[in-house]
Ligand binder design. Structure first.
Ligand code: UDP
Length: 235
């Protein structure tokens, strides 16, 4: 159920299909790793072999970003809808609450992660968030012990990219949770500290435009998109 875009695997499963597969992974005690794929990461991976291997090692690469959809269209692929990191996380929270699966939140600044937990508990009354740890705790032993002692089955890792992906690959064998998702700045958004783009921007896949207004310095990062699409076309 995957398609290659410039050498990077991307899944074409929907939110529902992914959520069922992830619940099954937990029930069958299999480790799985979700990574959000966007043009910026695909472009970076063209020059960084290690990053390319890392992205392809994930169990589920989700098409986060309109650029990935456009690329799939250009190469007559099958990816038609975005699966964003934050919406996948929320979907997983909803399913976890329904199926009594325990969740851990790791990452973001001290304070933010606790606020994100409180917000998720408001959104999903039955959710089981069994532990949190901010992303500035650097004592490996504390990190491992806190996560393993919590009994969590799902862990969301919000350390930014590619730090969170590297962290997941390097730690998942020593840790007890089954499902690992790298979620970037999602805890900042869920806690309410960072505004998500208004719904109309989300609907048309224009979050990038909204972010450009809010943080004009991201312009350079976003230049990667047209370059990326040209590269896909050439191929
Ligand atoms: N962060 C962290 N520990 C660090 C560095 C960053 O927990 O050592 C957090 C930071 O507080 C923020 C997130 O990682 O919540 C990075 O978010 P960003 O939107 O930059 O993610 P990206 O766009 O790289 O996916």
């Amino acid at each position: 159920m995957k398609e290659k875009i410039l050498g990077i695997d991307v899944c074409y499963d929907t939110y529902d299909e992914l959520a069922s597969k992830l619940m099954l992974d937990i029930n069958e005690q299999r480790k799985s790793f979700i990574v959000a794929i966007n043009p910026e990461k695909i472009m970076k991976a063209q020059e960084d072999r290690e990053l390319k291997l890392l992205l392809n090692k994930a169990t589920y690469q989700i098409p986060d970003g309109i650029g990935v959809i456009l690329a799939s269209k250009l190469q007559n692929g099958r990816i038609r809808e975005r699966v964003t990191g934050i919406d996948m996380m929320l979907k997983l929270c909803k399913e976890a609450a329904k199926n009594d699966k325990r969740i851990f939140l790791y990452g973001a600044k001290p304070g933010v992660v606790e606020e994100a937990k409180a917000k998720l508990e408001e959104m999903f009354p039955n959710i089981l968030i069994v532990g949190t740890l901010n992303g500035y705790e650097k004592d490996e032993q504390v990190i491992e012990r806190t996560i393993n002692d919590s009994g969590a089955e799902i862990i969301f890792v919000a350390l930014g990219s590619p730090a969170q992906e590297k962290w997941i690959i390097n730690h998942k064998d020593k840790l007890k949770p089954f499902v690992y998702q790298g979620v970037g700045g999602s805890f900042d958004v869920i806690s309410g500290r960072l505004n998500r783009a208004p719904a109309v921007f989300q609907k048309f896949g224009l979050e990038w435009l909204y972010r450009l207004f809010k943080e004009p310095t991201r312009f350079k990062r976003q230049l990667a998109l047209p370059v990326f699409l040209i590269k896909v076309l050439r191929k």
